[in-house]
Design a protein around this ligand. Structure first.
Ligand code: URA
Length: 230
């Protein structure tokens, strides 16, 4: 992030004011006086204004387009974790994935250091919508849609909450859940004697993956952060 963006986002100085402060030598990055307001800084840099430490915003929120083959955990003895797709300095700020996608599921993962908001976003009682693009092995029927949307009893006796399916064609569609049981979508279609062959999360609580390339990450925008922490 640029130094002037950092100050304006923290609502301390506008971009113009940051440029003036830099000219006056009031700002330092890691103890060295900043010489340009567009210099790049990261969350682990120490920024001072008039010698006083400026605290970086409390929490960090990023989105990642998870590729196949990565697990949603911070540490794994066997598999590559989604944390490994983030740069070194971001791995140091205590980020963890908000919820888990299966190793072979791709798409939107939100990582944050804000445990409280993550917990809220995952709580079934908050009804946060998670939307997935799916493809199944065999054609699915309108009866399958009705049964899954209504909520059904899984093989182990658990019941699922109502959800929404938007058909694309005979074997694909979007499914929107407000809960996140283990392997839920695979088990929903399994209960209808079908099998998921591709699964991609495309949105989470109104935050959309859009065109972020696979394996890439970016910070949530201020608007997206508000959707996440609301
Ligand atoms: N449902 C699944 O079956 N797998 C996922 O990764 C997410 C939802």
């Amino acid at each position: 992030m640029r130094l002037d963006k950092f100050f304006s986002e923290q609502k301390i100085l506008s971009r113009r004011e940051t440029a003036v402060a830099v000219k006056k030598g009031r700002i330092a990055v890691n103890g060295i006086t900043a010489t340009s307001s567009d210099m790049k800084i990261t969350v682990t840099d120490e920024i001072t204004l008039d010698g006083k430490f400026v605290e970086y915003r409390k929490f960090v929120y990023v989105m990642l387009n998870k590729p196949d083959g990565y697990v949603c955990s911070t540490d794994d003895p066997r598999d590559k974790t989604v944390l490994e797709l983030l740069p070194e300095q971001l791995r140091k700020v205590g980020l963890f994935p908000c919820g888990r996608l299966d190793k072979d599921t791709v798409g939107l993962v939100i990582l944050t250091s804000d445990g409280k908001s993550a917990h809220r976003a995952l709580s079934p009682s908050k009804h946060v919508e998670k939307k997935y693009l799916f493809v199944v092995a065999d054609e699915y029927s309108d009866e399958d849609v009705t049964a899954i949307e209504h909520g059904l009893i899984l093989a182990n006796g658990e019941t699922t909450k109502p959800c929404k399916i938007n058909r694309i064609d005979e074997k694909s569609g979007y499914i929107t859940l407000t809960e996140g049981k283990y392997h839920e979508i695979k088990r929903l279609f399994g209960a209808r004697k079908n099998r998921i062959t591709f699964l991609k999360r495309v949105s989470f609580g109104g935050i959309t993956l859009s065109d972020l390339p696979r394996g890439e990450w970016r910070y949530l925008t201020p608007e997206e952060e508000l959707l996440f922490i609301k």
